[in-house]
Design a protein around this ligand. Sequence first.
Ligand SMILES: Cc1cc2nc3c(=O)[nH]c(=O)nc-3n(C[C@H](O)[C@H](O)[C@H](O)COP(=O)(O)OP(=O)(O)OC[C@H]3O[C@@H](n4cnc5c(N)ncnc54)[C@H](O)[C@@H]3O)c2cc1C
Length: 196
Amino acid sequence: MDAHLRTSDPAIWSAGDCASFPWKGGRIRLESVGNAIDQAEAVAANILGAGEVYQAKPWFWSDQFGLKLQIAGLNTGYDRIVTRKGEGDAASFWYYRGADLLAVDAMNDSRAYMIGKRLIEAGISAPDGDPPRPWHRIKASDDATTLWYAVMRRREKGIFIGTLTLRHGDHHALLLERGWEEIPVEELRDRELPVG
Ligand SMILES: Cc1cc2nc3c(=O)[nH]c(=O)nc-3n(C[C@H](O)[C@H](O)[C@H](O)COP(=O)(O)OP(=O)(O)OC[C@H]3O[C@@H](n4cnc5c(N)ncnc54)[C@H](O)[C@@H]3O)c2cc1C
């Protein structure tokens, strides 16, 4: 399958368990009802000419007797698990690689699942995995939302100009490429930026 879920025969498309498609530089098949439905919708749209690139948002649920298991993301490559106890018998397991949140397994904990799913799909990590400087945290006061930002500067016509950039997305890499540099936030607190 290519990124549009079309096979090497342009008249044949594929969705569901049998469909191997591009994913983060490799290929993957996802065996879940959610993926089968999402891919079927993407294939139908593409047959009608939508030209949609399939963006997988892996999730899975299963009811096993009294246990509701809900999974968001894929934990392949994780190096750390953070366990969070919910109310009663609820619990969730948060998988990280470095500071990046990869997946959440939630047992009888739909709230943790929903929060984890939204964070993963938005490419945002929950507070437990702090990335190293120059990243600084902006944290919402009443939920798990965390954004990371860096302060950047560039000298233009003899003076420094500054901007903020968020960690997720390609803006930061673009700024570095264009000659911007990162400034430690502590430095900003201590003194004004030098003008030269
Ligand atoms: C035991 C088990 C438990 C699971 N539990 C969960 C779960 O809790 N949650 C979850 O998200 N996913 C679960 N899954 C996975 C989920 O069932 C699959 O990912 C999903 O059904 C895939 O959908 P599909 O349309 O790709 O394939 P299928 O649902 O397998 O549909 C393929 C269809 O093609 C038919 N077929 C095959 N060959 C031919 C042929 N030659 N001609 C005509 N028809 C043919 C088959 O009979 C079948 O009806 C489970 C799977 C199994 C086996």
